[in-house]
Write a protein that binds this ligand. Structure first.
Ligand SMILES: *[C@@H]1O[C@H](CO)[C@@H](O)[C@H](O)[C@H]1NC(C)=O
Ligand SMILES: *[C@@H]1O[C@H](CO)[C@@H](O)[C@H](O)[C@H]1NC(C)=O
Ligand SMILES: *[C@@H]1O[C@H](CO)[C@@H](O)[C@H](O)[C@H]1NC(C)=O
Ligand SMILES: *[C@@H]1O[C@H](CO)[C@@H](O)[C@H](O)[C@H]1NC(C)=O
Length: 370
């Protein structure tokens, strides 16, 4: 009886992790003899966890970008062959304001480094208050760099007082973009808002956290986070107070329409960072809404029909090369730097070392390559 039970249990365990196609391996590996063989940057039974390389204690402490005592949050990096420098675009709070007053004190900083992992040096405030959430991408058709972001006309505050997310997000987290032929600028004045908010009772009355994928024919999938108007009113929350949706346009400049009236991920997430891997499909990292220490992963073969977004790619604990763990209070805004072959090479995050949503700096951590 016990033996039979064990045989049945073993079969159940084997079938629960057995794969038949690469979509059972998170589109991050091949299914070989019913087992996932993961691409270098990924690990786990279903290849949905990031294969992060432990950091030295100094690298974890110093981060990639620290500008005096100011708070930075979420960085995109690209290499520029005009000057052989890595260029970073990152949200940075004015003065010594922390994340607790990101609305209206966030600006967008341009910083550079000789080394992908830093240290990056402050070069200029590219877009002043209020601008946040830069997402750099390149449009091969026009040869232009595009900086998607959120922004409005709010002035920063002298005393670092903030506007609660519940109010601030209602009127000034609209999605805009700027473009430039060079990472050294000049950048155009930010566009008009690209994506209309949903109806008063829609899941996406607030439309924020842009992440575009631009296809070769110009068609653009702009992933975003939506939140209802009355996000703190339980009766109106429904199942999805904060999740990820998509808007689609024939060109990155618009006009954008929403193909679905509901989110594309069934799991609650925010801060999408989406990309297209030509050899496997569409992929996305997000930050967990109800499990805020976790970074999640979602995948799709067509960019519209996605996995749930519940797979955990990493958490806020960073393993150090001496085997110990550096515990961060927040590790969010996951952004990947891809190598020349288009493989994920570095993960960039905003991290809070001491206090939940307090002071933050920018961390980079390499991903396994072989
Ligand atoms: C920020 O804080 C540092 C350290 O406390 C202080 O030296 C600096 O003057 C402050 N800067 C501003 C702009 O308030
Ligand atoms: C870049 O930084 C890493 C980590 O500090 C270091 O190991 C590497 O040698 C640096 N590379 C260059 C080109 O300076
Ligand atoms: C979405 O993908 C899932 C899994 O691949 C599939 O079962 C489902 O039929 C697809 N839905 C649509 C609307 O294509
Ligand atoms: C993070 O590390 C701390 C300290 O080692 C531990 O208590 C906690 O369970 C870890 N969290 C996760 C999600 O692994």
């Amino acid at each position: 009886m016990t033996k039979l039970l064990n045989v049945l249990l073993a079969a159940a365990v084997a079938s629960s992790s057995a794969c038949t196609t690469s979509s059972d391996c998170g589109l991050n590996g091949d299914c070989v003899d019913k087992t996932c063989s993961c691409d270098p940057a990924w690990t786990g039974d279903t290849c949905t966890s990031l294969n992060l390389i432990p950091l030295s204690a100094e690298a974890a402490e110093d981060g990639a970008y620290k500008h005096g005592t100011s708070t930075s949050w979420g960085a995109n990096v690209a290499f520029c062959d005009e000057d052989n420098l890595y260029h970073m675009f990152v949200s940075e709070m004015k003065s010594n304001c922390t994340l607790s007053s990101w609305i209206p004190n966030s600006q967008i900083t341009h910083a550079t480094s000789k080394n992908i992992s830093g240290p990056y040096e402050f070069r200029e405030t590219l877009f002043d208050t209020f601008h946040h959430n830069p997402r750099l991408t390149f449009d091969a058709a026009s040869g232009k760099y595009l900086l998607f972001m959120i922004g409005g006309d709010l002035d920063g505050t002298e005393d670092c007082s903030g506007i609660p997310d519940s109010d601030g997000e209602l009127y000034d987290t609209r999605i805009v973009y700027s473009e430039s032929a060079s990472l050294n600028g000049p950048w155009t004045t930010p566009s008009e808002p690209l994506v209309e908010r949903g109806a008063e009772d829609a899941w996406d009355y607030v439309v924020t956290n842009p992440s575009p994928i631009i296809h070769s024919d110009g068609t653009t999938y702009l992933y975003y986070r939506g939140t209802p108007k009355y996000w703190d009113d339980d009766s109106l929350l429904g199942e999805l107070p904060e999740s990820v949706g998509v808007a689609v346009a024939p060109h990155y400049s618009g006009p954008y329409t929403k193909p679905f009236s509901s989110p594309i991920l069934s799991y609650m997430n925010e801060d999408p960072f989406a990309w297209f891997d030509p050899s496997r499909g569409y992929k996305m990292l997000t930050h967990g809404r109800d499990d805020p220490l976790n970074t999640h992963y979602a995948y799709s073969s067509d960019g519209l029909n996605w996995s749930s977004g519940s797979d955990v790619a990493c958490n806020a604990n960073v393993t150090l090369d001496d085997g110990t763990i550096k515990v961060f209070k927040n590790r969010e805004r996951p952004q990947i730097y891809f190598d020349d072959e288009g493989q994920p090479a570095y993960l960039f995050n905003g991290v809070c070392p001491d206090e939940h949503y307090g002071y933050a700096y920018t961390l980079s951590q390499p991903l396994n390559k072989n």
